[in-house]
Ligand binder design. Structure first.
Ligand code: 0PR
Length: 388
């Protein structure tokens, strides 16, 4: 740190220059992210509650009320009549709290967790932290976990089964209803990672599109991750963890004797009240109708992109279930690199050797058209170059 500070003007003007080095979601060039430009009401709410600390919530009762209400707004969408939960730092912390509760409840000596092969990498971190052995279950031809394999993986050490509603790579929805039946039969905890899909699938269903059940309406589902900072259009960080009812909280409770509240349930101690305020504001302002409109727009663009990619001769890895498109190409890795040099940030997925696009609210039809033009130009040049 410098000894004598610089003027506010000098500091801010340098910051502005540095800010310009970042890519803005609004430019429509970020095709690889599950985050998006925060909704304008979220920005305002966030700035108003910047100093509130939910880690000492007795000082900020207004913020605590907003967090509780934001969780209830999510619970209403996820059929969680008695659900309780927290706005946390993201999907990773949400998944951590769920598996922590599951491990504590089971009390197994050599705890194991059954994960789909498509599970997000956050579970690798969580397994290391919690001393859980991950047992991976294989997928079917549609990239959804096979319930029969999950069932065969259950042992007396199994503390939880995880299913994903909206996989990171392809946006697939695991057969949660079947996983729920298996969990109930064997008395095993089922956690649903709907970090991405949790604010898409309910609205797709309301719009009349086919999407399977994945929420607390299924008896076996004990907890759900659903992140406002993904399809909830709030500033980062805002994850969400919901438990089926308050009995689960006992297992992740830490006493905080000298604070204004007697205990904490989150991994983070000091944590931002701004995240809860932003989530509350977006949910209140958009309502289900606003979310339906947003999801519909993203899905229409997803289908547009899919059909155009196919028309250009690219094959889709799978028919999109949510707003994620993945396609194969002759040399997908190199193509992704060439796209990046043209300013398009798509993801290359090594496991599936494909390029993947997450169709977030910041993407507009005009961005998709420009992208397709550049893609087809690069692909044509490659085809020419490989001619003998
Ligand atoms: N569960 C699922 C299904 C996820 O897709 C993710 C993140 C997580 C859990 C973990 O959430 P946090 O990152 O909030 O802890 N999925 C994205 C991914 O890893 C996150 C992301 C977002 C990546 C924006 C890149 C990016 O630019 O791909």
């Amino acid at each position: 740190m410098r000894d004598k500070g610089r003027s506010r003007k000098a500091v801010l003007s340098e910051l502005k220059k540095i800010l310009a080095q970042n890519i803005a979601y609004e430019d429509g060039r970020i095709l690889c992210s599950m985050c998006t430009a925060p909704h304008s009401i979220a920005r305002t709410a966030h700035s108003w509650f910047l100093s509130a600390n939910l880690g000492d919530a007795g000082l900020f009762p207004g913020s605590l009320k907003l967090e509780k209400e934001a969780i209830q707004q999510l619970a209403a969408v996820l059929n969680g009549e008695n659900s309780v939960g927290f706005i946390v730092s993201g999907g990773t912390e949400a998944n951590l709290l769920a598996l922590w509760a599951a491990r504590e409840m089971a009390g197994a000596r050599n705890p194991e967790v059954i994960l789909p092969e498509s599970a997000h990498f956050s579970f690798k971190k969580i397994c290391r932290l919690l001393g859980l052995t991950p047992v991976y279950a294989g997928l079917d031809g549609a990239y959804r976990v096979k319930p029969s394999i999950v069932e065969r993986c259950i042992t007396r050490n199994t503390v939880a089964i995880v299913g994903t509603a909206g996989t990171t790579e392809l946006g697939m929805i695991d057969p949660i209803e079947k996983l729920s039946d298996i969990a109930v039969t064997h008395g095993v905890y089922l956690h649903v990672d709907a970090a991405f899909g949790g604010l898409v699938i309910p609205f797709l269903r309301e719009l009349g599109y086919a999407a399977e059940e994945f929420d607390f309406g299924l008896e076996g589902v004990k907890s759900i991750t659903v992140d406002p900072h993904k399809m909830g259009m709030t500033p980062i960080p805002a994850g969400g963890i919901l438990f089926r009812d308050s009995t689960f909280l006992e297992h992740i409770k830490t006493e905080t004797p000298y604070l204004t509240e007697e205990c904490q349930y989150t991994f983070a101690g000091t944590r931002s009240g701004a995240s809860a305020a932003a989530a509350w504001a977006v949910f209140e302002h958009l309502g289900r109708e606003g979310f339906r409109k947003n999801v519909r727009r993203c899905m229409l663009l997803t289908w547009f992109l899919s059909s155009q990619l196919e028309a250009l001769g690219f094959s889709l890895v799978a028919k999109p279930q949510l707003n994620i498109v993945a396609f194969k190409a002759a040399d997908a890795k190199q193509l992704c690199e060439k796209l990046r040099r043209q300013g398009w940030f798509a993801s290359y997925i090594p496991r599936l050797d494909c390029i993947r696009i997450v169709v977030m609210p910041h993407l507009k039809r005009r961005h998709a058209i420009e992208f397709l033009k550049d893609l087809s130009r690069i692909a044509q040049a490659d085809a020419e170059a490989s001619k003998p």
